[in-house]
Structure formats: structure tokens, C-alpha cells
Write a protein that binds this ligand. Structure first.
Ligand SMILES: CC(C)(COP(=O)(O)OP(=O)(O)OC[C@H]1O[C@@H](n2cnc3c(N)ncnc32)[C@H](O)[C@@H]1OP(=O)(O)O)[C@@H](O)C(=O)NCCC(=O)NCCS
Length: 179
């Protein structure tokens, strides 16, 4: 717990410093440096739902996000200049962590936001879970590229896991062992 608090403190202070310097010397800090991760609240839901609907053919509705809050899941947004650019949700139970959703505004993809959010979820899970799991559509090459790059391995297939235009689509199950 102490270690986690230190990490959070370090992250917040570091981000605050960067914001301070960005205001004084706008050209000295890149956009990537100014991305800020924070816990998602109900106030974020309009922005989160707008991104969710752009990214998925079968998007989550608001009640799924509020159920995640109620369940005490780890729910995050990534923002830049107070604008939400992405979000990520993680559940942890009996030593297993599960990535429930990770999503970046289509206009903001391929700038390192997905990687930053995934690394954060891994840090949140570390020490509280032995393994972190997720499911992904086989057609989702961008997400599979990110997960494999981070070190996730395929552990199986869930048949007909996702709704699809013509029935159902399988899910690839991936896992990362946390040490
Ligand atoms: C998957 C997703 C979250 C990745 O976010 P992102 O911010 O674009 O990813 P990053 O810029 O951090 O990329 C990290 C790595 O992912 C891989 N990657 C990202 N986009 C990729 C693409 N279009 N094709 C192939 N690999 C890709 C690369 O390995 C990349 O590393 P690199 O930049 O060093 O090449 C984003 O594409 C997204 O929101 N997709 C829609 C929602 C979704 O499908 N979520 C996953 C559900 S399982």
C-alpha cells in the first residue's frame, strides 16, 4: 500500500511539474509528456461514452460503466488539457486481474496513449494479482499489436464470445504473468 501511494504521489507531482513548465515554456514539453492519468468519475461519462460509441459497433451503455464504479473496479481516464482522450477499466478478484476495456479516441490513436494506459493497469494489478487477462477480437490487429508488444501471450479461444454483424465472433484470450 505504501509503495502504491509513493508511486501515485510521484506520478502526480511529476505531472504537476510538467504542467507548470508547459505554461512557462510551451515548446519545452511534448503532448505525450502532458498526458495525465486519473480515476474516472461520473462526470467523465459523456466524454467516455462518445469515444466508446466511435470505437465499437456494440458499445457499452452508461449502466455498464456505472456498474463498474459500483463494483469498485479500477476505472481510469487519460486526458490532455482537461480533455478525455481515452479510458481503461480493470477488475481484480482472487488474485486475477481482468482488463475490461481500453479505448482511445480514434483521432488520438497511435500516439502512445493506449500503451500508457495499459502500463498503468499493469502497475495497478501488480502485487494484487498473479496474472492479468483480457479478451480481444481476432480482427483487432491494432489491439493485438499493443498487447503482444507489452508481453501478453495467447492462452486460448473463447468461441462466440462477441456479438458481430453476422452472428458472433470468437475472442482470443491473452494473459500476462505479473512477478
Ligand atoms: C487498441 C488501442 C487502445 C491502442 O491505443 P493507441 O493509443 O492507438 O496505441 P499506442 O499508440 O499506445 O500503440 C502502442 C503499440 O500498439 C501497437 N499498435 C497500435 N496501433 C496499431 C495499429 N493500427 N496497427 C498495428 N499495431 C498497432 C503497436 O505495437 C504500438 O507500438 P509502436 O507505437 O511502438 O509501434 C486503440 O487502437 C483503440 O482504442 N482501439 C479501439 C478500441 C479497442 O479495440 N480496444 C481494445 C479492445 S480489446
Amino acid at each position: 500500500m505504501r509503495g502504491l501511494m509513493d508511486k501515485i504521489k510521484k506520478m502526480v507531482i511529476y505531472d504537476a511539474d510538467r504542467e507548470f513548465y508547459a505554461k512557462l515554456f510551451p515548446n519545452s514539453v511534448s503532448k505525450k509528456d502532458l498526458l495525465r492519468l486519473r480515476i474516472m468519475t461520473e462526470d467523465d461519462l459523456p466524454s467516455v461514452l462518445a469515444i466508446e460509441r466511435k470505437n465499437y459497433s456494440f458499445p457499452w451503455e452508461e449502466d455498464i460503466f456505472t456498474d463498474c464504479f459500483t463494483a469498485g473496479y479500477s476505472c481510469w481516464v487519460c486526458e490532455y488539457n482537461d480533455v478525455v482522450l481515452g479510458y481503461s477499466l480493470l477488475s481484480i478478484a482472487v488474485g486475477e486481474a481482468h482488463i475490461l476495456n481500453i479505448s482511445v479516441d480514434p483521432n488520438e490513436q497511435q500516439q502512445g496513449i493506449g500503451r500508457k494506459m495499459l502500463e498503468n493497469l499493469i502497475e495497478v494489478a501488480r502485487g494484487r494479482a498473479e496474472t492479468i487477462f483480457l479478451e480481444v477480437r481476432p480482427s483487432n490487429t491494432a489491439a493485438i499489436g499493443l498487447y503482444e508488444d507489452i508481453g501478453f501471450n495467447e492462452i486460448g479461444i473463447r468461441r462466440g464470445y462477441y456479438p458481430a454483424e453476422n452472428g458472433r465472433e470468437d475472442a482470443i484470450m491473452l494473459a500476462l504473468t505479473l512477478f
